[in-house]
Design a protein around this ligand. Structure first.
Ligand SMILES: [Zn+2]
Length: 447
């Protein structure tokens, strides 16, 4: 606090010092001016009361092939995501009243039996209860298709669109590295499924008809409840998309739609065009475009090709101002850079994966830079996914929510103590991050 005598002195000199309603001066400081722990303890229980919207998750049972359009290749997991993470025990106790104090194989069987019984029942109350225990009002279900065991009042479908970029012979892409050998055949499967859905037996003769087929699937998926389209394209190629003319993409289509292995140059050009078509359609149909923008699974994921800054020419292209972009996983580890893309009205940043990949002490640093810069553009997600027998989508929900609340209360306590905002403003910011910033992007749930 500035001493009253100093304030009077400044006033006498004609210096206006802004005072907030609670008497705190608006002058910020690098060092905390109050007890950060005390503010944290006041904020956390209030943050725990906020009903959450999870903007990115893949809910489902471990053996459900529709959970994702890709499988997990063999990889070296970071420390917190390993089966040995003892924090999972807290999740199991909170979610299932797990009666054991370890994660032994025998005790894991107790858990597997419960989930198998829930899956067999086909009822929606199992995953509803998981959301309830985590304080999640509703969650995105980013899946190939929705499951009947997910309640449509709580889970909102986000469907994949990458497969439209791989309609030709994918021999070269599949052989690029062991991860692609796992991923690309699954993309081919998704495309076949979309073709079947649209009643298309083989690739259409004309490129125009191929684009019309894409639109038909987007519109139909939206009618079926889809609220956004999702790219995980950074797993398969660079996030840099050039701007080729339609005639050039048409030429490539004519060359390979009936067979033949495309050269990398031809395939890239075709994909650059179709990607832009998909994001334009996302604007026209009011389907926000979700793009995986961070380090991904698998040891071969390319940080350089997947760097979110590759998307700068897309999200800053005035032709796409009508498209809402959600940069999934916040471009991690390039979090200091990505926040400046959120200056665009139509660009949002999602924090999923980061809270679970890192510890709250690191996630706090990420969140702080973001909430200090464009707080109204930051949205919460868990990336809940059946990663393993120990860390299923259920446990990831819990771990993501727990970590985000802990980091969020810490960041806001520091910001309040540094006089960057008031406690009331901190809670408004928390509600924005955990719920409001994301829900205003979508139509309300049908009743
Ligand atoms: Zn994900």
């Amino acid at each position: 606090m500035i001493a009253p005598r100093l304030l009077r002195g400044l006033a006498a000199l004609g210096v206006v010092v802004a005072l907030r309603s609670d008497g705190v001066t608006a002058q910020s400081h690098a060092l905390p001016q109050e007890d950060v722990q005390a503010i944290f303890k006041r904020l956390l229980p209030q943050i725990e009361q906020i009903r959450i919207f999870d903007h990115h998750a893949h809910p489902g049972f471990g053996d459900d092939p529709d959970v994702d359009a890709q499988a997990t290749p063999p990889q070296h997991l970071p420390r917190r995501a390993r089966d040995t993470n003892p924090e999972v025990l807290f999740a199991l106790k909170a979610l299932f009243e797990y009666p054991y104090a370890d994660l032994s194989e025998e005790h894991m069987r107790w858990l597997a039996e419960r989930s198998a019984a829930a899956e067999k029942s086909g009822r929606t109350d199992y995953f509803d209860k998981i959301l309830d225990k985590c304080g999640i009002e509703a969650s995105v279900a980013n899946r190939v298709a929705m499951a009947t065991y997910l309640n449509p009042q709580r889970f909102r479908w986000v469907f994949f669109v990458d497969s439209f970029l791989f309609p030709f012979d994918n021999k070269l892409v599949t052989a690029a590295n062991p991860d692609e050998g796992v991923y690309i055949p699954l993309q081919e499967k998704v495309l076949r499924r979309y073709m079947q859905q649209a009643g298309v037996r083989t690739l259409p003769d004309r490129f125009d008809d191929y684009l019309a087929f894409i639109t038909r699937v987007l519109e139909e998926n939206q009618r079926k409840g889809g609220i956004a389209e999702k790219f995980e394209i950074a797993y398969f190629r660079s996030l840099y998309f050039a701007d080729p003319p339609r005639e050039a993409a048409d030429r490539v289509y004519q060359k390979y739609s009936k067979g033949g292995v495309p050269t990398p140059e031809d395939y890239t050009l075709f994909q650059d065009f179709v990607f832009r078509y998909l994001i334009s359609e996302g604007g026209r149909l009011h389907l926000p475009v979700h793009i995986h923008s961070a380090i991904g699974e698998g040891d071969y994921f390319s940080l350089r090709r997947g760097n979110v800054l590759n998307l700068e020419n897309i999200v800053k292209d005035a032709r796409y101002l009508g498209t809402t972009f959600v940069l999934i996983h916040g471009g991690y580890p390039f979090f200091r850079e990505i926040i400046w893309l959120a200056s665009m009205n139509n660009v949002y940043i999602d924090t999923s994966e980061i809270e679970v990949l890192t510890y709250p002490s690191e996630f706090k640093n990420v969140l702080k830079v973001w909430l200090q810069t464009y707080p109204e553009k930051i949205t919460f997600g868990t990336d809940a996914y059946p990663f393993s027998n120990v860390l299923g989508s259920e446990e990831t929900y819990w771990l993501g929510v727990y970590s985000a609340r802990d980091a969020l209360a810490s960041v806001l306590a520091e910001m309040v103590a540094s006089r960057e905002l008031t406690e009331a403003e901190a809670l408004t910011m928390a509600r924005g991050y955990l719920h409001d910033n994301a829900t205003r992007l979508y139509p309300p749930l049908p009743r």
